[in-house]
Design a binder for this molecule. Sequence first.
Ligand SMILES: O=C(O)CCC(=O)C(=O)O
Ligand SMILES: [Fe+2]
Length: 267
Amino acid sequence: MIDRTHLLNSRQMAQFVADGYLRFDELVSQDLNEGVKAKMDNQAIPGGKAGTPFREMWPDTPIGKMFRLPEIEGIINSLVGPDPIYDHHAVHTVKGGHTLGQHWHADAIIDTRMHFDIQFLYFSHDTPLEMGGTMILPGSHYRRISESDIARYHNFVGQLPTVCKAGTIIVLHHGIWHCAQPNQTDEIRYMFKLRLNPTVRQVRLWNTDDIDHPEIPGLLSTNHAWTGNEDRLEQVNRIKFWRFLTGDDNFDNHYWLTRIENEPELV
Ligand SMILES: O=C(O)CCC(=O)C(=O)O
Ligand SMILES: [Fe+2]
């Protein structure tokens, strides 16, 4: 049974709904970071079969210990439930002196369901700007693109390079647009990515004690400048997603859905 103190709260969930990601700086101890990095250096983290219960993955290894930290289990439980499925993982590398950035893309979007997978990005070593942490576009997760549909774009207002200390974790909605960055150092850059699928209906899995917190409407309305006038589409997407996550089909924010659901039958 998960300790409730490690679950996400409703404000964090509202942030996830608006931004499509949550970031946890220096969450993992240096000991574990070094342990995982040594395994990555030796290409010694085995792959699993897609569809495996995640609890069976990597027992008694640094990467397994890392994903079993109570804080990480709290994040997993809050987003995809207590017993998710392992989809795949990848040790993403950018070699030192690799001056090309990756094209903007989203990973394996082949559907438009409301249910969602999560992707962990784990940075086991310090990742300064010149080392090329993963660039992400906050709020892009509702624009379900087909992999590299967006590859022609180079930069977006509000794009966020991951510049972080060792032990930083970012958890993404699977729809987020992202790309690797050039690495101008002499050292290889690692980013460990893990995708998990839910096994339970993703409703109120987090600590909902603050579900009526007054900051939630504001968090759900966060403005991402790159959306321009289409911002209102995103407001609607977020309200629908919040309804899905809370099970409250009457939830609205700033009258957006109330307006379009007004279909009077009285003449
Ligand atoms: O290495 C990175 O920072 C991102 C890699 C990535 O997104 C991918 O290959 O799908
Ligand atoms: Fe990717």
